[in-house]
Design a protein around this ligand. Structure first.
Ligand code: C5P
Length: 239
């Protein structure tokens, strides 16, 4: 599979026109761009529409986490925007996830539009075993927790999960090849971990079985982001 189908670039900037410049510069190498909280709050749905106009797909990373009715309504608006994928926190529970998926499936069939892929967020890559236990009071291991949240996502009918590279192999073995795994927290040998705790290189994450790697600061914070993207693309090709 070409490297460009494995890469998602996180447009983690506050200026919509800068984000669209990045899309223009990277579009030959990247199919899917991630719009998260920072850009969506600054640029709103218009920025998503502008990315679509440039022929690219959007992963709307707003990590919905609310009561089932609210998440379902937000999810329908994401589907209406025509995003390629969006996510919900699996810790919101199966009723929230199931109702959200059912409403989106029904809406897309009725409107005859492609259904966005829906991912469950497991344990954020910025969290560690110590934080999970010491602050959040979760007694079992981080891996067990990721597996449990992934199981809930599958039971609710979601397409897959967002998980760190450290859990990809376990999830791939357990849930099989059709389970979609998107992996953030990607760092190269030349990029610092920043606030991420469970990082992995692009090559390792793809080898472990990730369908997509999310590239944020490992690309955008580099002196030459385009060069960084080229190097990572070459690295993925050897995975
Ligand atoms: O810059 P960096 O590569 O760390 O950015 C990672 C991106 O992936 C951010 O936009 C972050 O919000 C997102 N993300 C994450 N961990 C998750 C889900 C999404 O870091 N579990």
């Amino acid at each position: 599979m070409p490297a460009k189908e494995k890469i998602i670039v996180a447009l983690d900037v506050s200026d919509a026109s800068y984000a669209l410049d990045i899309v223009e510069r990277f579009k030959e190498y990247v199919e899917v761009f991630k719009v998260g909280l920072e850009l969506f709050i600054a640029g709103g749905p218009a920025v998503v529409e502008e990315i679509h106009k440039r022929g690219k797909k959007v992963f709307l990373d707003l990590k919905f986490h609310d009561i089932p009715n609210t998440v379902t309504k937000a999810a329908l608006n994401a589907a209406r925007l025509g995003v390629h994928m969006f996510n919900v926190h699996a810790s919101g529970g199966t009723e929230m996830m199931r109702r959200c998926r059912e409403a989106v499936v029904e809406f897309c069939l009725r409107e005859n539009i492609p259904r966005p892929k829906i991912l469950g967020v497991t344990v954020l890559t910025g969290l560690s075993q110590e934080i999970l236990k010491g602050e959040l009071g979760i007694q079992h291991s981080l891996r067990t927790h990721v597996k449990q949240l992934s199981k809930l996502s599958v039971e609710a009918g979601l397409d897959g999960v967002v998980a760190s590279g450290h859990e990809v192999a376990m999830l791939r073995n357990h849930f099989g090849k059709n389970f979609l795994i998107v992996t953030p927290g990607i760092r190269t040998s030349w990029s610092p971990p920043d606030d991420q705790k469970r990082t992995m290189t692009p090559r390792e994450a793809i080898r472990e079985g990730a369908d997509y790697v999310v590239l944020g600061r490992a690309v955008l914070n580099q002196p030459d982001p385009f060069k960084a993207l080229e190097l990572i693309t070459a690295e993925i090709l050897t995975a």
